[in-house]
Design a protein. Sequence first.
Lengths: 239, 131, 600
Amino acid sequence: MSTKSIRIKRYLPEQAEEAFWQRYEVPVDDSTSLLDALNHVKEELDSSLSYRWSCRMAICGSCGVMVNGIPKLGCKTFLRDYPDEVRIEPLAHFPVRRDLMVDMEIFLEHLAAVKPWLIDEASNAAEPNRQTPAQLARYKQFANCINCGLCYSACPQFGLNPEFLGPAAIALAHRYNLDSRDHGKAQRMPELNRHEGVWSCTFVGFCSEVCPKHVDPAAAVNQGKVESAKHTLIALFRG
Amino acid sequence: MHPNERLPPLPRSWWLKHRYFIAYMVREATVLPLLFFAVCLLAGLIALLRGEASWMNWLAFMGSAPVLLLNGLALAASLYHAWTFFQLFPRVMPLRIAGRPLPHQAVVAAQWAGVAVVTLISLWLFMGGAR
Amino acid sequence: MQERDFDIVIVGGGGAGLRAAIAAAEQARKNGTHQRIALLSKVYPMRSHTVAAEGGAAAVTSAEDSLQAHFDDTVAGSDWLAEQGVVDYFVHHAHRELVQLERWGCPWSRQQDGSIQVRRFGGMKTARTWFAADKTGFHLLHTLFQTSLKYAEIERLDEYFVLDIAVHDGSVIGVIALQVASGELTLLRTKAVVLATGGAGRLFRFNTNAGIVTGDGMAIAYRHGVALRDMEFVQYHPTGLPGSGILITEACRGEGGILLNKDGYRYLQDYGLGPETPLGQPQNKFMELGPRDKLSQAFWQEQQAGRTGTFAGSDVVYLDLRHLGEAVLKERLPFICELAKSYINVDPVREPIPIRPAVHYTMGGIETDAECETRIKGLFAAGECASVGLHGANRLGSNSLTELLVFGRLAGERASQQAAQRDFADPHLIQEQAHRQQRSLATLCQGKSEENWVAVKRELIQTMESGCGIYRTEAGMRAALDSVRRLRERYRQVRVNDKSRIYNTELLECIELGFGLDIAEATCLGALERRESRGAHQRLDQDMQQRDDTRFLKHSLVFHHGDATAELQWQDVDVRFSAPAERVYGEAGSNTEGQRGARS
């Protein structure tokens, strides 16, 4: 087993005001993920290193970090793919609280703002709705978001204006708008129609590049623009 | 905790950090040579209205090397922009036939086919095919 | 120190916790009262381990199926150690809960006509498992989380780590937690508490579980005198990836995947699960669709006989999905394809997946009555942390996601009803207990000793694996129990190096280890004292290789006695509907069922 050096941007607010870089040597083999490396640092080299993690199988969305400037899940990033030194930083565009821990509150606020639940009068009915595989396929991709926040770190518009709802929240709104069982689109559109809704997006598209689950939030946001335009036009004609 | 506290604003050079952002900025910047071309066309229209001398001047202007270069750039920019746009289009307007989604490559290919057809018709018109 | 008042505090934001929170809110609305509900979790709810469940959730759905059949499968699967009244309640309420989830937007997989699609699962007589591709837990959790956002009365306390509950006069009166972001101690005064903190799979070295599955709630209730029940029953899932233990869902076999040893032989036919079913025609309760305990045990036998292969240093057998074809794999098992490709670089379309058993689920847990309440008034438990009595000695795959819903809802409703009848306790009573917590935190951080908690943790997981594995021996379990007790001693000397308050994750891991050590003792003690083989508890000792209903048709109850050793008692099992019978699968199983059918 060989070793590799990783550099981590540390921030310990109770000890120093400024962030600093620290280098660690970690053992690696073909299957060593970045998360394995961080766990090695914590257990063997420096127990003060703080980061989030849980499932280690790319489904819980905890372990997002910047790897050489690109947002990635630590558990799905393998050191074998990085021949040179690896730079690890906390997710961009979120306030850093300590080491690789960022404050995700604004992300959760944006998620909640789009009413991401099925809006349907008969929510307590005794029988399931019918939904054909084709109807399911219309929104399924957008239901696969794991809320990891990588897309927010990839989005310069969110970086420039954190009030922008952002890729994941809009994708989630779109997921429900496309669901054949939902009747809540009219309630969600005002939020999407705002400048901080879909219209802050300039289709940089990097959000979809970094998405570990191929949700393609950029597509959702821009489909949302079409919907928003339609919604506005219809409202105009209705007076 | 101040969850909504503002982070330091992104530096103006944020887009230089990654090639993906650079490509995005290039895409957005294609508007500049296209703007030049549009102004040229407008000037041509005005020259036509003003009379023959003016028109000849405009033709000479259009034939000068720097202007040819700029308009060549505009052509390249518009093709590049079209390429990016065509790639994005099927994602923004997912099309379905009989409930089945059309493959993205097919939509992209159809758009280029459209470009080819329009180009051919234009060439035919301007090369005197309509006469 | 923050102090807050909530009518109900739910600890844990996974499937059971979220379902309980929503149920409590609905119950209060129904009663025309306003109750404030705290949903406290050490991680954001959508990070909870429910997210990693893959295969599906069981409920009787098709016309050919029956509640009796689901009941019989569950009871036989439990090796007759399930509480039959509880199982009966469960099978009756399973379907409506899955429908409720559908009505909340869960993207269940569908048949062409738009009705619900079901798949086969191990130990179930017929296909009755609802699924959302192979990410059922993920979709279930996110649907519940998103639905919970509708309820203004549910206040989330994200990233609050529970340290303790406050109990006075046999009733729960509060919850003491640490706000992870600030390190601030938080006192929640309350009238009812629902523990929904998940299992304790991380006690074992090789497991399918997330890092957070450390049994916190189990240990907290246990320390307050609630028994941990049936803790010796630890489920080994037969198909984990070598190295990491990442879960490869049972749905692979439900869809028709087969298990091969290194010679390419379907070895399960040698372990009472045959005869071999034709390729592409899986048959319920035969071969690969046997229950998890039997399949993991068969792996062990093959390993002993030298018929396993090796992959990355692990002994493995092979899960072959190739005959299902790329289209089916992409539609039904996309996540499995992604996991196999990412983590072991195997493409299931082209190669069999090397797999081996890994600890997956804690069948035992906090003892509750049939309505999820513990011996402490107002303290409820639901989900994997609880032992409501559904799983007995072996859980059937796809019963636990449904359990989260059925018993999460029940616990939430009961908690709401209890809270409506009770008053807040005197705040001083909670403060007293909080000060005790503060002192013990200080001891952890300021201890003079040099004992390293990482070393203790590694020894613990090694001990549990060797002492409480798929097959167990008297000597092995005795050694494990002694070792755990020594580790508990050593734990009293450990010291946390990180002294900071903000996001001190070292401190949290160290506290989790303390919880784990207590639970480990209960597990080892239960295992040692159960001198028979039943379900997931299999002994190699002479005269203990069979089930012994005369002595051990009983639940084990382990009680905590502070720093002294734990104590074990036995509790009768509710067998009111179905008398214990031989537990058989494969051909023998269908013969038995045939006879039963003839009698009825």
